[in-house]
Ligand binder design. Structure first.
Ligand SMILES: Cc1cc2nc3c(=O)[nH]c(=O)nc-3n(C[C@H](O)[C@H](O)[C@H](O)COP(=O)(O)O)c2cc1C
Length: 186
């Protein structure tokens, strides 16, 4: 405890947000914290006509979200919002009606971009969606991560002190948030 799922809002094989997501677990100071990536790349496009017979990949997504103690979403910003692939995954996770997998779930969000100001708009949209889902979204630290390739070593670890501090602050605040939430609900 805690087990934390990580959803990456990009399905590009060279996704910088996936690089960041992969680096987070090693920066957690709690030795009991466990992390696993929850994949969204095999989901079909959401269609409510499939609510009665959810596709296997969507059932797997819902089970994965429901089985972890908390969720981290690491997302890029596309066109000043969240990518369509992430919105699609969120739609699948929120249905069928009355079976929203994010209900009451502790969540933390962050995003990486190649610019210095990226993902703030996307994260605001994401917060609104998660509010509607009744997820318990961590307010701080807001993490708009400026991705610089040289900050990461060939093995994916963070080799730049500033980046390390920002990401460690985020992941450790998330672990605390998830643990606090579990205590309150124990
Ligand atoms: C369709 C598209 C729209 C984008 N729109 C934005 C944007 O609104 N704001 C931003 O900061 N970056 C934007 N970018 C640049 C992304 O930050 C950059 O491509 C980043 O690598 C995407 O993250 P990923 O590699 O994890 O997919 C956009 C990229 C694409 C492909």
């Amino acid at each position: 405890m805690p087990r934390i799922g990580i959803i990456v809002g990009s399905i590009a094989s060279g996704s910088i947000n996936r690089v960041v997501a992969n680096a987070l677990p090693a920066l957690a100071t709690d030795p009991d914290a466990q992390f696993e990536i929850i994949e969204i790349k095999d989901l079909p496009l959401y269609n409510y006509e499939l609510d009665a017979s959810y596709p296997e990949s969507a059932v797997e997504l819902k089970n994965a979200i429901e089985s972890v103690d908390g969720v981290i979403i690491v997302t890029p910003e596309y066109s000043r919002s969240i990518p369509g692939v992430l919105k699609n995954a969120l739609d699948w996770s929120s249905r069928p009606w009355g079976q929203n997998s994010f209900n009451g779930k502790p969540v933390a969000i962050m995003g990486a971009s190649i610019g210095t100001t990226g993902t703030a708009a996307a994260q605001q949209h994401l917060r609104a969606i998660l509010g509607h889902f009744n997820a318990a979204t961590l307010g701080q630290p807001e993490t708009f991560f400026h991705f610089r390739p040289e900050a990461f070593a060939a093995d994916g670890s963070v080799q730049d002190e500033t980046s390390q501090a920002i990401l460690a602050n985020f992941v450790n605040a998330t672990v605390d948030h998830v643990k606090r939430h579990a205590l309150v609900n124990a």
